[in-house]
Ligand binder design. Sequence first.
Ligand code: PGA
Length: 249
Amino acid sequence: MKRYFIAGNWKMYKTIGEAVSLAADLREKLAGCGEKLMIAPPFTALKAVGDVLAGSNILLGAQNMGPEELGAHTGEVSVLMLKDVGVSVVILGHSERRHTYGENDQLINRKVRLALQHGLEVILCIGETLEEREAGRLEEVIRTQLEGGLAGVGIEQLSRVTLAYEPVWAIGTGRNATPEDADAVHAFCRRVIAQLYSQEAAASITIQYGGSVKPENAAALMAKPNIDGALVGGASLKAESFVPIARFR
Ligand code: PGA
């Protein structure tokens, strides 16, 4: 049976105390859930949340990472530091990093390769803006982000990469892509992966959908053949909305 990858991205929300309390609640309520699960608290709460999750079925994720192992990089957090606190998955190329903080495919690619070299799993986010979609540039944008983000990533490392298709116009807006539209973009991603790697790699790569996933639309999205999970922002901030998404079936 297909195992979905349901991940929560807490963004810049939650103090340590709030994060620990939500993580403890999720640990209890998601015990026995058979999906692959991850939550990504803010950096300041990683250690405390990692302690709460130890021995559970929920992986500890980080929301970003610096492009170098160490050095004079004021304000960055290194892959070594993430591993030190027990992070096993890192979200890279989130649209807020791309559009608010100016990250380009080249920078994202350095992070992707570094994370993979160090044994982490990567969730590589891709997605078009409304302007790009309306200008008919959807496929060009997705292809460029995939080729750029995955440059130099070998096929043996690709098994540790999850793609997250997150149309920028659907993030935090309450307006999700229809399951049909999302599925079509996921199918396009598989075609690009088949060209870059192999048919087998294209068939086996996990592709999450992200952008206003909620308990009400999760099952319909997950029912689509090319959708293998969800990257959840707003609805991951409360157990009452994240738990039913993770337990959508
Ligand atoms: P949203 O965010 O679920 O609040 O739309 C998704 C994301 O940014 O990963």
